[in-house]
Design a protein around this ligand. Structure first.
Ligand SMILES: [Zn+2]
Length: 365
């Protein structure tokens, strides 16, 4: 197993070992001193001992989450829509389960995978960074290329379509084909600081040979009918390249930094448009975490949020949390101590009925 705390809770997740130590050391409290087990408070925190499962992913992202909901509501004219429901439901039904052979504890639950969900985007970005790192290590001289269009008053949808078409055209040109063997591209959307006009960019991590900026710029001007501006730089620090990928793979813009009308316009303009892609030697790089299937036998332990709440007064619950967070197997005895019955005893009947899809969220294992 990979001991990678970031994989589970995104890049905001720090202090994992200290949290585990805390869980291991504090004393049992008298029963009844905790709050209701039925409705654990949605505390956003990275601490193991006090946050709901969703709350841990939501930590530091509440503003972006609220802004995204508002933009979706406006984009859909205030009507209730599936995106709003998906975001509100994301990661609310997580359960912990124990591998009946290895004793590993995993989380099963539903994530919305919406393209603007801040929780899913953070996880996607951490995944894309890891995938890109493997690719970047294989490159001799990676480069960054930024492609833009000259200021124009077209709406965002028109500009993004034109930018993407022009990029496809550029890739058919002989000079490009001779010097570029592959890459990963990302769309970024912003408004020009001075002009206030929409200004989409393509950020591209390139695998290839040296290209003259002037020559490339002429080609770009030809395919865009008049936009000569581009930036190309050689990457000397490979870590920066991976950070670049993680930054741009999250989403095309931070919605909380724009007026809600712009957020709604962006959502509509980019509907069914690709936000990132790979080509050539990067074709095999995946930027979105795959849904992981498991054929192992799993014993249901409990709802994640209930276990966190119980752990405030109950050492058996704390043992479950520690095993999960420290990537250590949970012994049969510890399983029994918490659930009150032996492993293998639990039937599907004891799983919460409201969970109609059980997706495996710990895709890093
Ligand atoms: Zn989500």
């Amino acid at each position: 197993m990979t001991a990678n705390g970031f994989a589970r809770f995104g890049t905001d997740y720090v202090g994992k070992q200290a949290d585990i130590d805390e869980l291991n050391t504090y004393n049992d409290l008298p029963a009844g001193s905790s709050t209701s087990l039925l409705e654990p408070p949605e505390t956003t925190s990275t601490k193991l001992s006090d946050a709901t499962y969703r709350g841990r992913f939501m930590h530091g992202k509440v503003e972006e989450y609220e802004a995204t909901l508002a933009a979706y509501r406006l984009a859909y004219d205030g009507k209730s829509n599936n995106h709003v429901r998906a975001l509100m439901d994301c990661r609310t039904h997580a359960t912990l389960q124990r591998d009946s052979v290895s004793g590993d504890v995993m989380v099963f639950g539903d994530s919305c995978r919406d393209r603007y969900c801040p929780m899913c985007c953070a996880q996607k970005s951490a995944y894309a960074k890891d995938q890109a790192e493997l690719y970047i290590k294989t490159l001799k001289s990676p480069r960054f290329l930024t492609l833009t269009l000259r200021n124009n008053e077209s709406d965002l949808k028109t500009q993004v379509s034109f930018l993407q078409q022009s990029f496809s055209k550029l890739r058919t040109r002989a000079y490009w084909k001779k010097n570029v063997s592959g890459g990963i591209w990302f769309l970024e959307v912003k408004r020009g600081k001075g002009s206030g006009l929409w200004h989409p960019h393509l950020h591209i991590l390139l695998d290839g040979e040296y290209m003259e900026q002037k020559r490339l710029s002429e080609l770009w001007e030809q395919v865009t009918f008049g936009s000569p501006i581009l930036y190309i730089t050689r990457i000397s620090n490979l870590d920066n390249a991976a950070l670049y990928v993680s930054k741009y793979s999250a989403k095309p813009a931070i919605i909380k930094n724009m007026p809600v009308e712009d957020g709604a316009e962006m959502i509509n303009a980019l509907f069914r448009k690709r936000l990132c892609g790979t080509f050539g030697t990067a074709k095999a790089v995946t930027l979105t975490p795959p849904k992981v299937e498991t054929e192992n036998e799993w014993d249901y332990i409990g709802h994640y949020d209930d276990i966190v709440e119980k752990a405030k007064t109950n050492s058996a619950a704390r043992a479950v949390l520690v095993a999960y967070n420290a990537y250590e197997p949970l012994s049969l005895q510890a399983y029994e101590d918490f659930t009150g019955h032996p492993a293998g005893f639990v039937s599907k009947m004891s799983e919460p009925k409201r969970v109609d899809r059980q997706l495996y969220l710990d895709f890093y294992h």
